[in-house]
Design a protein around this ligand. Structure first.
Ligand code: GDP
Length: 311
């Protein structure tokens, strides 16, 4: 990419898109294109087409998606499958049609079979049944991966797909009904500290294992791979280490400085038991995560304290 290439970041207000935008700005790219949802609804094919016809971006980071935690996926399955299929179909097709040189598509670690061997290698895609709770989202993302591969095969379109592990960081969703576990627990422990509450309720058994990558690391990997990788195979992006939800809760309790108890609500689902990514392919390509979890948690907690009034 040249510093004056026209680069469209779809979803620039989200956790991932905003981090990619910051990273591109920091790297000195000057022609960054963005549109808010009210300016451009990516589920509207005619609007997406008109936008690409007028702007003809050279590069596209497709970070727009409907995302959410375990409860949001269970509550809005139709929105998760429809919105994501629409958004990615329209953007990928328009990018191909209007001469985009390269597009980066973001998937998710939930595309892998629920009980695949760990750590998850890229080739485990479509080798077994999916986790029930987020299958709608996963199916849409798998369709996106296949679409990017199909456009490369049939049209020579240069699309690449990254599979990030669970992400967190500034700009995350802290709504307890729809968020992922990490921001939910930061908020729960913070509020319990402020209210001097005796306990914090954590969903599930605490036994599932999750891997967490700071979104600034993901944005760095996205820029790196956009510039240095051009292949059909999907690439996992993670840190290569995980911890249990119980260990995460204890770490967050410490970072927040809460002194009460942790209790587990086992009426809530655990979701998939483990989804640790195998990141050897990423390491071979020359990229590694840099932000340690404790440091990233402290930084995200500071961001939350500064911005909670806005939520
Ligand atoms: P997942 O990674 O797709 O399963 O999505 P989540 O990040 O929402 O959940 C990860 C794990 O954390 C699941 O086992 C949840 O039951 C557990 N968990 C514990 N407390 C919470 C909470 O307050 N919110 C959420 N979203 N998950 C929680």
């Amino acid at each position: 990419m040249e510093k004056d290439s026209k680069i469209y970041v779809a979803g620039h207000r989200g956790l991932v898109g905003s981090a990619i935008l910051r990273r591109l700005q920091a790297a000195g790219f000057t022609r960054l294109l963005t549109r808010t949802r009210s300016q451009l609804d990516l589920r509207d094919q005619a609007a997406v087409d008109a936008f690409f016809a007028a702007e003809r971006p050279d590069y596209v980071f497709l970070a727009a998606a409907k995302v959410g935690g375990i409860l949001a996926n269970a509550t809005y399955p139709a929105a998760f499958i429809y919105d994501n299929l629409e958004i990615q179909n329209h953007v990928i097709h328009a990018a191909y049609r209007y001469g985009t040189q390269k597009l980066l598509f973001l998937g998710s670690s939930c595309i892998y079979p629920r009980l695949a061997p760990q750590p998850l290698k890229e080739e485990y895609l479509l080798t077994g049944p999916l986790e029930e709770t987020n299958q709608w989202y996963a199916i849409a993302k798998i369709a996106g991966i296949k679409m990017v591969q199909a456009y490369r095969r049939q049209y020579g379109f240069r699309g690449i797909s990254l599979m990030p592990t669970n992400l967190y960081g500034p700009g995350d969703n802290f709504d307890l009904q729809t968020s992922h576990v990490l921001p939910a627990l930061l908020r729960k422990f913070h509020e319990a500290k402020v209210d001097a509450a005796p306990r914090v309720v954590v969903w599930g058994t605490g036994a599932p294992r999750r891997e967490f990558l700071h979104v600034d690391d993901l944005a760095d990997a996205a820029l790196f791979l956009m510039e240095h990788y051009d292949g059909e195979e999907i690439i996992n992006v993670g840190v290569g280490e995980d911890l249990t939800i119980r260990e995460l809760a204890e770490l967050i309790k410490e970072v927040v400085g809460y002194r009460g108890d942790i209790v587990f609500d086992t009426s809530k689902p655990d979701g998939t038991p483990r989804k640790l990514l195998d990141v050897s392919r990423l390491h071979q390509l020359g990229w590694r995560a840099k932000i340690p979890l404790r440091e990233g948690l402290a930084q995200t907690y500071a961001w939350y304290l500064e911005h909670q009034a806005e939520g």
